[in-house]
Design a binder for this molecule. Structure first.
Ligand code: SF4
Ligand code: SF4
Length: 288
């Protein structure tokens, strides 16, 4: 089929259109394959979200029904993304099925995914490229396993759970391979890097440098949002000045995203003018 997507209309990747076009996150991915020390799964995925309870989880068919209703009411939506509430590739079948159904129904829709990268294996990269997923975000908080290990409690690959250095090495290896593979497939890649004081704040620039070498397109340094009942709950959120300095350093290597609004896994609307409340009833009715 011919895909007639105008990629310029992605408000996260193109700041010029952030006030014109919006996105919807489809919460079809409840499970996760790692445990970040800043995440409390009772709340949400901070891969692409501020902590906030995700309202519900949809099946792929329900996600399409919801998409129909959203587009009916809000034609400014140009992007459908999956950003949790867990990880898209810890729920690969649901993720791929949702993307396929949406592509068939809406040839002009921009399809987008946000992942920690662990489960984004070469066969899935091939598959999403075939479907026409054009934008992928990978959250990479460090490129040194000694730092990576401080960010994650565990990493699960199939039925095996790894901790410490071994888990960090596996995650890092998969993340680097994922970025390389995505670029080889012609997909636009954004790197999210959560800035965690005392853990990786001095190291973000190294992440940006490495990602630039791998061909990533955009870098989104995001301030840690300390979440209750997590190992990082007592850390202080980096202030605006600190973030400005880090972004300035990282900008030597990659363009910076400075307009991220840390959306929920079920966010909908223009960035900064979220309509989740307005669509809440619609989302819940589609999940039944
Ligand atoms: Fe939470 Fe997302 Fe990390 Fe999984 S990848 S633990 S859902 S922040
Ligand atoms: Fe865009 Fe940031 Fe929201 Fe993701 S979390 S949809 S990158 S604004």
């Amino acid at each position: 089929m011919t895909v007639t997507v105008n990629y310029e209309k992605h408000p996260c990747f193109n700041v010029k259109v952030k006030g014109q076009f919006g996105r919807v996150h489809l919460p079809v991915a409840p499970k996760c394959n790692i445990q970040c020390n800043y995440c409390n799964r009772k709340y949400d995925c901070v891969n692409e979200s501020r902590p906030g309870v995700t309202s519900t989880v949809l099946s792929p068919a329900q996600a399409v029904l919801y998409m129909d209703k959203v587009l009916e009411k809000e034609p400014k939506i140009t992007v459908a993304g999956i950003a949790g509430p867990g990880d898209p590739f810890a729920n690969a079948q649901e993720t791929l099925e949702t993307m396929r159904l949406l592509r068939n129904r809406y040839p002009e829709l921009i399809l987008c995914l946000a992942t920690n990268g662990l489960g984004l294996k070469p066969e899935y990269i091939e598959e999403i490229a075939k479907i026409g997923v054009s934008h992928v975000t990978v959250t990479i908080n460090a490129i040194d396993p000694e730092i990576t290990r401080k960010v994650y409690r565990w990493v699960r690959d199939g039925k095996t759970v790894y901790q410490g250095r071994k888990g960090a090495e596996l995650l890092l290896q998969r993340q680097l391979e994922a970025v390389k593979g995505l670029k080889a497939a012609g997909i636009t890649v954004k790197i999210n890097c959560i800035i965690i004081p005392g853990i990786n704040d001095h190291h973000a620039v190294e992440v940006a440098k490495k990602m630039s070498e791998l061909g990533a397109d955009l870098f989104n340094a995001m301030a840690l949002y300390p979440t209750a009942e997590t190992p990082f709950e007592d850390l202080i959120e980096p202030d605006a000045l600190t973030m400005a300095k880090i972004r300035h350093e990282c900008e030597q290597y990659l363009p910076q995203m400075r307009h991220c609004t840390r959306c929920r896994a079920d966010a909908v609307g223009l960035l900064g003018a979220d309509q989740s409340e307005e669509f809440h009833g619609c989302l819940i009715s589609c999940s039944k």
